[in-house]
Write a protein that binds this ligand. Sequence first.
Ligand code: C2E
Ligand code: CA
Ligand code: CA
Length: 334
Amino acid sequence: MAAAAGLAEAAQAPLTINGAPVDIALTAGVAARGAAGSDLASPVDRAAIAVDQARAARRMVGAFDEAAYGDPGDNLSLISELMTALKDGEVTLAYQPKYDFRAERITGVEALMRWSHPRRSFVSPDLFIGMAEETGRIRPLTEWAIRRAIADQKTMSEAGQALTVSVNISGRLLSDESFAEFALAEVAASGADLCFEITETAVMDNPELALRIIARFAEAGIAVSLDDYGAGLSSLTYLKQIRADELKIDKSFILGLDQSSRDALLVKSTIDLAHSLGLKVTAEGVETPTALALLRGMGCDLAQGYLIGRPVPLAVLTEQLAGPTVETALARQA
Ligand code: C2E
Ligand code: CA
Ligand code: CA
């Protein structure tokens, strides 16, 4: 560790090449030879992960943190499998409807990534997306998701269903200008009606660049949603700085809405705050008719959750929306 720290330190010294000053940043990852863990992962692999972990923690030097990574052998193979899975069509998007209280119908869907792994029955997106982020592989996944969502929106529209499609954008990508160029070009070329759901923690990582990129998305007609609101350390500065269209209240507050008057108070005041800033509010995690009724009473704009519909493949969604089921069921509960 000391040797690595010395190297990283030394790399910080000013350097001139052909008279021009050059900035060098070195991040070092350290892993012990023969340390515990699966024999699938070599010390070099673990050191490479340690570099990612150090970068994520904004440190120059970091030791491989096995606890933070889970079983390294397992996860390393999972990440390379994921990249192959993307090429082989094992990764798909599921769509979950968003119900508009005022319009009394489904006006949008959220695209959620699914991986049908041939051997493991279900790999949670929280796991594989977290790993893709940690190892710098989130960009190809997200670019794929944007293209897929745009194509699927066209299919929905041909079936007579005009729906805004929300795509989750990892905050890490908000410091990647070439990713932003990609997204802007895809939207411009297709004229798609997209919303980008962005989480707060992510934005805070590199505020200036992130805010600039978000403003460009907004100018291009892409709606911006502040995802998982309330789950992190939601600050007023954040709300003040970001040009967003929607605030999405985290499901942890909505799931307890029926039982907790404290949650209800927090949700109601968040809705009022968002409205006073001109933002629409979506509540995610709506599982019960009681929660739906409470949210309607609070003036919430949109609801998403298992009560309205689970995330399903495109074909199933199109079929569900063509039938009267979703809307009549909800109208009965109103
Ligand atoms: P999220 O963006 O907060 O997505 C909402 C999650 O809540 C989804 O989990 C959804 O299936 C679940 N959910 C929806 N309604 C209910 C409900 O009524 N009750 C409960 N208990 N849960 C509900 P999912 O699909 O497992 O996704 C987990 C997370 O993975 C997402 O959280 C998002 O952060 C991430 N994710 C999924 N797809 C993508 C993607 O394409 N790109 C990126 N960057 N992240 C994604
Ligand atoms: Ca989301
Ligand atoms: Ca959430």
